[in-house]
Design a protein. Structure first.
Length: 345
């Protein structure tokens, strides 16, 4: 009888602890969401009018391609595309989903075309060969209006991780390379490891293959990271790098040194805000003022959301919720954000 009573009491205590913990997390998350709203207010968004087209300004366009990356750099009338968004023939999807190639092509034609309708991209870069980053490139290349001066294709990892073997990562890269060759585009497998110019912007790649030890954790950590200097303001585009491999720590140290230890102006949140990215240590070093997540806000993992709100106090904007976001960089050392980039589909 005594044992039964003790067991019942222990269960009640455990239930109270579990329910109390869940209630605390629920209330804590509400408080964090309110804080996020307050931080977002530092960068009020207005619907983009596209009056800027042809003015030669410095911008980073974060297209709305769902929970995938497609980022257009613009400076002094030159353009470059980092990642392509989901493609139309996802090898790891049981049910085929519509790709974003039509949306990307329509957008390029609207903001980057010359008077003849041709779009010239100084370079394209698939940060890595997961389909949500590289899958749309063959379809984009198939449009005769698109011209690419340099296709950057960094090497595959020597071997695939077991959980990635069914994702056809080599096939994705091969399809991209074949499509580039068919169009006669120049291909470079060795990426520049020094800063270079895109118009008035300075661009620098990190994690290009010099240190294999961290990159062997999987294709996400094969991501090329891009640092953009636009009129003395710095934006970091991170692909899908993760924290558990140690790569975030390495990148944070390298980037902080490159920008003189100053707070980062704009961060593309790594890996769509999923759990193994955007660590507290990464944010504490870089201290980003604002961040764009290529995902819906509701799909950001709680630990990432809490780190952004509490560690770096970063204003976080969703490219999905806002239907695309542009960061405009001014000569006054400040940038502003606009949204609502895409026409009704």
């Amino acid at each position: 009888m005594m044992r039964t009573h003790s067991s019942t009491r222990a269960k009640k205590i455990a239930t109270v602890i579990v329910v109390g913990g869940m209630l605390f997390i629920f209330l804590f998350d509400i408080a964090v969401n309110l804080l996020i709203k307050k931080q977002e207010a530092r960068y009020p968004l207005q619907a983009e009018s596209f009056d800027f087209v042809g003015d030669g300004g410095d911008r980073i366009h974060f297209l709305n391609t769902g929970n995938s990356d497609c980022i257009l750099l613009e400076s002094d009338g030159q353009f470059a595309l980092i990642d392509s968004g989901w493609g139309s023939d996802n090898p790891i999807s049981a049910s085929k989903r519509p790709g974003y190639e039509p949306r990307v092509l329509e957008y390029l034609g609207r903001v980057a075309a010359d008077e003849t309708g041709a779009v010239t991209l100084a370079f394209i870069l698939p940060t890595h060969y997961h389909y949500d980053h590289a899958g749309g490139f063959p379809g984009i290349f198939a449009d005769p209006a698109i011209q690419v001066e340099q296709v950057y294709l960094h090497p595959l990892l020597p071997k695939q991780r077991s959980f990635e073997r069914n994702w056809d990562i080599p096939g994705i890269r091969q399809s991209l390379e074949k499509a580039a060759i068919m169009r006669g585009f120049s291909i470079a497998e060795t990426l520049p490891d020094k800063p270079f110019q895109l118009g008035a912007m300075t661009v620098q790649f990190f994690n290009t293959g010099s240190d294999e030890t961290l990159r062997l954790r999987g294709e996400n950590d094969n991501s090329v990271v891009t640092l953009v200097n636009a009129k003395g303001q710095f934006a970091l585009l991170t692909g899908d790098i993760t924290a558990n491999s140690g790569l975030e720590k390495q990148i944070a140290k390298q980037v902080s040194a490159a920008i003189g230890g100053a707070p980062l102006d704009l961060l593309k949140i790594p890996h769509h805000g999923y759990s193994m990215s955007t660590s507290a240590g990464f944010l504490a070093v870089l201290k980003p003022k604002a961040a764009v997540v290529t995902n819906d806000l509701g799909r950001i993992y709680p630990n990432v959301k809490w780190n952004l709100a509490l560690v770096s106090k970063t204003a976080t904007i969703s490219s999905v919720y806002e239907n695309g976001v542009i960061a405009h960089f001014g000569a006054n050392g400040k940038f502003y954000l606009t949204a609502s980039l895409h026409l009704a589909d």
